[in-house]
Design a protein around this ligand. Structure first.
Ligand SMILES: [Mg+2]
Length: 276
């Protein structure tokens, strides 16, 4: 957990190897464990073309090992649409997926249907027109189609243009489509006609798996909803330097890959002892 100075400034500290080991050892001892991970910026370095993103090989190999462990489930929870998440994840069928910030799921019995009323569908059309109109005003900006919304990406725009476009987009959306859910990420603002969060995804997957504890890691503002949904037996990890309520903090994707190896090694030791 981050400390605050007397002036209220947050002091960012990466977790020590001792802190990490203590948290992991307590976590892996539970009967049923859920490992739930954000994808972009956590497992996979950020790339310009979203469908080209891949988990670091050192992380991917740990995900494959986790999927072989008894009483252990692996889930990816992402702001990506479910199809996009499944495409970039490259994981076998028994991985679990929560897409669109907890709106869509692929569990063992297949994909969930996204609830969409006539009013939702009409709003989505209006949002689509607005997002494209705004993106056309700014060099480098583009619109990502989401099942329940649209995301405006500004990673390839100049910082000034990006800031101006995001502010304009929020003001226009509030005026013309009140009640949309607005989420800010790194170089992206997303407007959604539903209000699910990654916290909802944590709760749904906790119940689905019957997890006694959850390990969660994420790198972005929306991941804080998941971290806030964790309980005292769970372990939350924030990747990077931004303020967080997470118990542990690491620097980047390479460090997450190392941490996943530790979790997998220790969990493997626990479940193999239990089986024998
Ligand atoms: Mg991320």
């Amino acid at each position: 957990m981050d400390r605050r100075t007397k002036a209220g400034q947050v002091v960012v500290q990466y977790s020590s190897p001792q802190q990490i080991e203590a948290a992991v050892d307590a976590l892996v001892a539970v009967p049923t464990l859920l490992i739930a991970l954000d994808f972009d910026g956590t497992l996979a370095p950020e790339v310009d073309e979203p469908l080209d993103a891949r988990a670091l090989p050192s992380a991917h190999v740990q995900l494959l090992r986790m999927l072989e462990l008894t009483d252990t489930r692996l889930a990816l929870i992402s702001g990506r649409a479910l199809d996009s998440l499944e495409h970039v994840a490259h994981l076998p069928g028994h991985a679990l997926f929560g897409g669109s910030h907890g709106l869509e799921y692929r569990l063992d019995d297949g994909d969930s249907e996204l609830p969409m009323s006539e009013k939702n569908a009409a709003e989505l059309l209006k949002l689509d027109a607005l997002a494209h109109e705004l993106a056309d005003t700014t060099e480098g900006a583009w619109v990502e189609l989401k099942p329940a919304g649209r995301a405006l990406h500004v990673r390839l725009s100049s910082p000034d243009d990006a800031q101006r476009l995001m502010a304009t987009a929020v003001a226009r959306a509030e005026a013309e489509l009140p009640g949309l859910t607005v989420r800010f990420g790194k170089n992206v603002v997303e407007f959604s006609i539903h209000s699910a969060t990654k916290g909802d995804a944590i709760e749904r997957l906790r119940n689905y798996v019957g997890a006694d504890a959850i390990f969660f890691a994420g790198d972005d503002t929306t991941d804080e909803d998941a971290i806030a949904a964790l309980g005292p037996n769970d372990v939350g990890v924030r990747v990077g330097d931004a303020p967080s309520g997470a118990q542990l903090r690491v620097a980047g994707t390479a460090e997450i890959a190392e941490l996943l190896k530790l979790v997998t090694d220790r969990r493997e030791a626990v479940v193999s002892t239990r089986a024998s």
